[in-house]
Write a protein that binds this ligand. Structure first.
Ligand SMILES: [Zn+2]
Length: 133
């Protein structure tokens, strides 16, 4: 549960509610048993803020516009297929769709997106939101 995507998947399984108040403060609410997950999320506030709109369903996709695109594919840490992207929070090779599936449907694996499909998704999500500290 150390990487952000895995942490958000654990949060989803624990049914934690993530919100950002109007003053920019990240709030994590849920059952007391999920406190370790909540603490881990709060320890990575800046990274969580970048993904909270996707987590809450207020954005259809993760904002990976500023991620690194690899010249040479590496194995996706989630599905094992070759991929050309690094998860921007943890800099681990990952398909964007694999990361999105892990957060939205923890435990479910789906076929990796094609490289062409990933390219289409980069910068194609229409999001531009700031994440105040
Ligand atoms: Zn993958």
């Amino acid at each position: 549960m150390s990487d952000l995507i895995g942490l958000l998947a654990e949060a989803r399984k624990a049914r934690l509610k993530l919100t950002i108040s109007s003053d920019g403060v990240l709030h994590v609410n849920g059952q007391p048993a999920a406190e370790p997950i909540a603490r881990a999320l709060l320890a990575r506030k800046a990274d969580v803020r970048a993904a909270v709109r996707f987590y809450t369903g207020n954005s259809p996709v993760l904002d990976w516009r500023h991620t690194t695109v690899l010249d040479t594919p590496q194995r996706c840490t989630r599905c094992g297929s070759p991929c050309h992207l690094l998860d921007p929070a943890d800099r681990a090779p990952s398909h964007k769709t694999c990361a999105e599936t892990a957060i939205r449907c923890p435990g479910r694996r789906k076929p990796a997106a094609t490289f062409a499909g990933e390219r289409r998704n980069i910068g194609d999500n229409g999001l531009n939101h700031e994440h105040p500290e």
